[in-house]
Design a binder for this molecule. Sequence first.
Ligand code: FAD
Length: 285
Amino acid sequence: MASHTTNGKLYSFEFFPPKSEESASALRVTVDKLARLRPRFCSVTFGAGGSTRERTFETVVEIQGRTGIECAPHLSCVASTRENIREVLDRYRVQGIRHIVALRGDLPSGMLSAGEFRYASELVAFIRQETGDHFNIEVAAYPECHPQAPNIELDIRNFKRKVEAGANSAITQYFYNPAAYFRFVDDCRKGGIDIPIVPGIMPITNYTQLARFSELCGADIPRWIRKRLEGFGDDRPAIRAFGIEVVTDLCRALLDGGAPGLHFYTLNQSEASLAIWDNLGIAAA
Ligand code: FAD
């Protein structure tokens, strides 16, 4: 088996901001374990509409301060004004944050205001206009097509708008079919998109939760995986063991096929990401 060193590959871990002091302590333990792997960066999600603004800010500043690893806040522009975003960018700049994941986000149900930005490309353009080259900007990409896009061709054209506005690299929605990723990357290259497109990796640890997420974000769980997971019923250890095997194989296929790195959606847990990392034989940087 080929060993994938971190040399030249972009590995990153994503967390969400904790809601209580207890979950904040648990997150510190998770971050410390994953920080030992010396990822290229960590990121912290943002509740669209601004619901986690303070918690995202505090978590990002804490992770970067404690680990010395670059930490990137996610920032969604839906329901925001230019003034709101300018303020957030200023606060991050003051804290020495230089990396950001720029998103549109989805309006929480019941929230009506669409704000001053319609699409993530407008947010990327605004960040560049306000802050020049200060931030390394990541954007989202969808190998299985964004659920609201009429087709993949238009979705790729819209992805290109984000690149033209100044995005440096992209992280994909998670998927379990490597062929979807490789075809997507080929089509992006043909369409003139040349930034790194890093696959987003969702470890499988809880089938009910995964099925719910996947329904919402339009990620396909292939039938053969679904059927096996359903067959395990409540047998959590069996689900975890199978999930680690399947996701390790996926990561290996992606890296062997030329993916520029991996971005793990950790859901604030370290075990599955660590097990996959070990299986892949990735050396710490
Ligand atoms: P956009 O790039 O703006 O695209 C949204 C839709 O609009 C697409 O269908 C696109 O084809 C279409 N579109 C874009 N431009 C145009 C145009 N000019 N004309 C017509 N149509 C257009 N959500 C959160 O709330 N918080 C998070 O922290 C978060 N983190 C994420 C991290 C990653 C890596 C990914 C992949 C997703 C994340 N999301 C997050 C989810 C994301 O906010 C949703 O998928 C959202 O629906 C789209 O965001 P976007 O930035 O891709 O939007």
